[in-house]
Design a protein. Structure first.
Length: 108
């Protein structure tokens, strides 16, 4: 009889702590995911949005630096490409817009 009451108490105690331990187990993962989003993913998306705006606002006459380090002046624009003219020998090259690293706007 004493043994049965002891077993019932242990079972009841286990049931209440199992739901509490589930919360304690899951909560750190949720917190880590939230911190990762705030510190890593959100700033990266903001930077990508700024880069896309910079590339879409490209105009003829802007000085551009490509991801390969080539610097020149934009002479012609197409939908997803542009023609870059280098300063030295006035060589013209065609690049995709995603290859732009930096744009120095034409001052007017």
């Amino acid at each position: 009889m004493f043994y049965n009451k002891l077993m019932e108490a242990a079972t009841a105690s286990t049931e209440t702590t199992s739901s509490g331990s589930l919360l304690v187990t899951v909560l750190p993962f949720v917190v880590v995911l939230l911190v990762m989003y705030l510190l890593m993913i959100r700033p990266q998306r903001k930077k990508e949005k700024e880069m896309n705006n910079m590339r879409n606002s490209l105009q003829v006459g802007d000085t551009v630096v490509t991801i390969g380090g080539i610097t020149g002046i934009v002479t012609n624009l197409h939908e997803d490409e542009f023609i870059l003219e280098t300063a030295g020998e006035r060589t013209k090259m065609c690049f995709k817009r995603w290859a732009i690293q930096e744009v120095k706007k034409l001052e007017m």
